[in-house]
Write a protein that binds this ligand. Structure first.
Ligand SMILES: O=C[C@H](O)[C@H](O)[C@H](O)COP(=O)(O)O
Length: 240
């Protein structure tokens, strides 16, 4: 029997691909497990509707997925402006702020999302929370230049509080290494930070390449439930 979360991911992915991808578009393909279902659906539409698309990957995994499924592959050099990007997330709050990077991919994902006219998130409904950190307990992933990881950890703790951990690899000695040759620090924040301010402070620390906070980027989020229903949310207006 299909895992419940998997059924939710699949339903969200199908609806987003059906509603948001159109003929002759340049499409950003995210990373992780949920995007696999989106690519499967895109393959069906390309086959059945003769849809013509070019896919721009956000990671090594996404590139492999595009190639294995024989979808047209492009680069940002060829297509610096994308029509649409679709990606998963580790958690989504009421304003559609996201934590991403649980699978070690975040910098290329953020670049691709920032180059797309429309960015959509797909997730199973467990990830739909009022406040970041409710469901996702592994902190905010931050990609850092390897030689700076220790001072960056100290500065995050001094300036933003909480705890940090250098993410270690499984089946490889030492830390994980990203697609860009960097390390990942996971920041276990205290309470509910002002995310815009926290992200600004993190970016000001030399050695920080990018954060897994995707703020004010998503145009809508698709949440799938285990019984195949999908709810679509647009961002709530933040209180001023
Ligand atoms: O690093 C990984 C990416 O940011 C993923 O999009 C995110 O972790 C969600 O992954 P999944 O779809 O596997 O839950």
């Amino acid at each position: 029997m299909e895992d419940q979360a998997q059924a939710g991911k699949r339903a969200a992915a199908k609806r987003a691909v059906d509603e948001r991808i159109r003929d002759n578009q340049v499409v950003g393909i995210g990373s992780g497990t949920t995007i696999v279902s989106a690519v499967e659906r895109l393959v069906e539409r390309v086959r059945d509707e003769k849809l013509s698309v070019v896919c721009i990957p956000t990671s090594f995994q996404a590139r492999q997925l595009i190639l294995e499924n024989k979808l047209p592959l492009g680069t940002l050099e060829q297509y610096p402006q994308l029509d649409v990007a679709i990606d998963g997330a580790d958690e989504v709050d009421a304003h559609l702020n996201l934590i991403k990077g649980g699978g070690g991919c975040l910098t290329q994902e953020k670049i691709i999302a920032s180059c797309a006219k429309e960015f959509y998130v797909i997730a199973d409904d467990r990830k739909d929370t009022a406040k970041l950190g409710t469901y996702w307990k592994k902190g905010v992933p931050i990609e850092v230049v390897p030689m700076a990881y220790r001072p960056v950890q100290l500065k995050i703790q001094q300036q933003l509080g909480g705890k940090t951990e250098l993410r270690m690899a499984h089946r490889k000695a030492g830390p994980i290494v990203t697609d860009n040759g960097n390390f990942i620090i996971d920041w276990m924040f205290d309470g509910t930070p002002d995310w815009v301010e926290a992200d600004r402070k993190l970016h000001c620390i030399p050695g920080v390449l990018e954060t897994g906070l995707f703020l004010n980027m998503a145009k809508a989020a698709y949440f799938g439930t285990s019984d195949g229903n999908v709810s679509v949310r647009i961002p709530e207006i933040s209180p001023s």
